[in-house]
Design a protein around this ligand. Sequence first.
Ligand code: HEM
Length: 412
Amino acid sequence: MTIDDVRQHRDWANDLDHADPEYNRNAPEVWEHLRESGCPVAHSDLYGGMWAPVTHELVKEVAYDTDHFSSQGVIVSNARPIIEAPVGPAPPITSDPPFHQIARRLLLPPFAPKQIDPWEKEIRTLCRGLLDEMGEIDEGTTIIDAAVQYAQHIPVNVIARMIGLPTTDDELFRGFVHAVLEAVDLPAEERIAAIEPLAEYLDAKVAEHQANPRDNLLDYLLNVEIEGNKLSSEHVRGSVLLLLIAGIDTTWSAIGSSLWHLGTHADDLARLVAEPDLMPFAIEEFLRAYAPVTMARLVKEDYDFHGCPMKANDWVLLPFPAANRDPEEFEDANEVILDRKENRHSAFGLGIHRCLGSNLARLELRVAVEEFIARFPSFELAGDMTWSVGQVRGPRVMPFRVLKVNPAHTGS
Ligand code: HEM
């Protein structure tokens, strides 16, 4: 869509719907249109009332303001969270201060670089295995799907192994992710019913690990203590749910979008292949330009936010990806500059809830891109692609024609 088509499609300023498939397909154009039309905070009556600031300054203001905005609900839907603040259904992401800090501190050690870095070799082996499974490739002819055959398998495998869940349940986990993050416009009761199987699955796994202890993240959560007390089963289940959901399609989307950029910008692909030292900068730039995660808050009490009459229990979308495209914050914000030097992006959020899995996410993203372009130094988009729907934005179907295979990099 051109920006004119985007303008015509719906009244984004007064009837925003992030679950309209056209939103993720054209998100940068939607934000640009809103900013150009002087609307820094869009509104919608959907989902019981929703607001969406689209400038870096306003996104940051909401993210830092835990007095007026609660994290007890972070995924916009017609339902409101059943387990209320300060703990919320998936601590720490759904917790408010002061409990948030306690729940967050528990999760810091397992995601520190010392614990995450040793996974590099396994992630590389996993990526090579997925590339091998694509079989015989005829240069210039074979079409592979980099979202379906590659990106979607990497984070789910790693986080399942870290938590201690069977990797063979990956299809089930992607179904849970769909229920939680994509099927957001169902009536409240249907949404609650759709998420129930996930809670039941996790309750069964928590019970299994209680009966038969192992050495992984789930067992760590079963044993860790807050002031001498073990966590409630509800807290353990909530944190495992968070890690499973946060660990899967966020990074899957980041890998997909980065490869999409390379599959549609042959000059950047050639440059990255020729100059591998650019990789750390390129990864940060992909995270900035294609930040996958938009979070949300619930308004605690009626509040006038820069002239917007927010009502208690209204949703506020926090589009960190829009903040990353704000020209007031980034020079040439809509340009992908592989060696951008100043890049204080907010892909991993702002404020107290800043992403706890960023070391793991960066590692998976870097290794996945490195391995893909090492095997296929030239490829191009070869048909229609499909974007996800809802608050996590990334390619779900992405056909690539492989133009070149590196013979030195075949076989794992
Ligand atoms: C490219 C991939 C990822 C992106 C862009 C991303 C983005 C984010 C963002 C924007 C937040 C802030 C939430 C808020 O303000 O409400 C967040 C929080 C969080 N993320 Fe990530 N994330 C990614 C991958 C991961 C991974 C792999 C994990 C771990 C398995 C993870 C675990 C978490 C957790 C536990 C929080 C909550 C932190 C808190 O509430 O204190 N994330 N993430």
